[in-house]
Design a protein around this ligand. Structure first.
Ligand code: SI3
Length: 289
């Protein structure tokens, strides 16, 4: 479980239903064109928190069916309903997902004991490994080094998807837990994170920019920091343009420009307006030729 993992985008039709064929095409594009090492399924980018439990299962099934054993698969199963999270964990494990991940429980101000109990409960009946999904900017949950250490005491918790710009904590985690997996979560900060010794990265823009992300990791590992900086600058020009045009809508429109039926986002996310559609086409042709 190392390398560049795409936080897989989802495809919905105009009415908001899962577009199975489109999702299959997104999986294929990631494997064949973006050439990533793995897929992170039903994360934020997959619009997970707007799906029903049955739809989440359907996405897990479709992705596994399409990807087979070609790349590593991580199933994000975190949910505020603990019974749902446990059921999804068992379901994805039975399908053959090589790892689980769960977002820290959010919305209510859970204390750390409750957060720990959440992870231990999800894992108690399931034979799989778990990456904590830490994304404080969206969940409001900030954990410190000691708290990560307490979660890591559960041997099934093998690492963390660290989506935060806190390089001090990232370095402390790397130093304290060399045996745990650390995936960075902000694509625009891949270079500094990789210099600190991460095992890989999970991100939304890898749906369209996976090869360059892999090249950044390769350049860092071979000690060619000038090359890594050049590639990160190129990636950040792309990421700046994507963020300025609407993140998920633009990734979908770029994929459409590449011939992939990436569909639309689900309500309450908006459909892209004409300006965003033409902006995405320009991004596709300027940065991703
Ligand atoms: O679960 C997921 O979909 C992710 O991995 C999310 C990932 O960390 C992305 N974060 C968000 C909030 O979308 C990043 O890849 C992010 O889109 C990118 O770095 C641009 O800011």
């Amino acid at each position: 479980m190392k390398g560049v993992f795409t936080a897989l985008i989802n495809s919905f039709d105009e009415k908001g239903n899962i577009n199975e064929q489109g999702l299959r095409e997104i999986v294929r594009y990631n494997i064949d064109v973006s050439q990533v090492d793995g897929l992170y399924v039903n994360g934020s980018t997959g619009e997970n928190f707007m799906l029903s439990p049955e739809e989440k299962k359907k996405v897990f099934e479709i992705v596994k069916d399409e990807a087979g054993e070609e790349v590593e698969l991580i199933a994000q199963v975190g949910a505020l309903n603990i019974f749902e999270a446990k059921e999804l964990a068992a379901y994805a494990t039975d399908l053959g997902y090589g790892a689980l991940s769960a977002v820290t429980p959010f919305y209510y101000k859970f204390d750390f004991e409750e957060i720990k109990d959440y992870y231990n409960s999800i894992l108690e009946d399931v034979d799989n490994q778990m990456l904590i999904y830490s994304i404080p900017a969206l969940t409001g949950v900030n954990m410190d080094l000691k708290q990560f250490g307490e979660l890591f005491e559960n041997e099934k918790i093998t690492g963390v998807k660290f989506t935060a710009p806190d390089f001090f904590l990232l370095e402390r985690l790397r130093h304290a837990y060399p045996e745990k997996l650390i995936f960075s979560g902000f694509d625009e900060m891949l270079l500094p994170a990789s210099v600190l010794g991460i095992d890989g990265a999970i991100g939304s823009t890898f749906n369209v920019n996976g090869r360059k992300a892999k090249d950044i990791l390769k350049a860092v590992h071979s000690g060619d920091l000038n090359e890594a900086r050049k590639l990160q600058k190129e990636s950040n020009d792309l990421i700046t343009a994507i963020l300025g045009n609407g993140l998920y809508q633009t990734i979908k429109e770029v994929l459409k420009d590449k011939g992939v039926d990436a569909g639309y986002c689900r309500q309450p996310m908006k459909k892209p307006n004409d300006e965003q559609v033409s902006g995405a086409k320009e991004i596709s042709r300027t940065f991703l030729n």
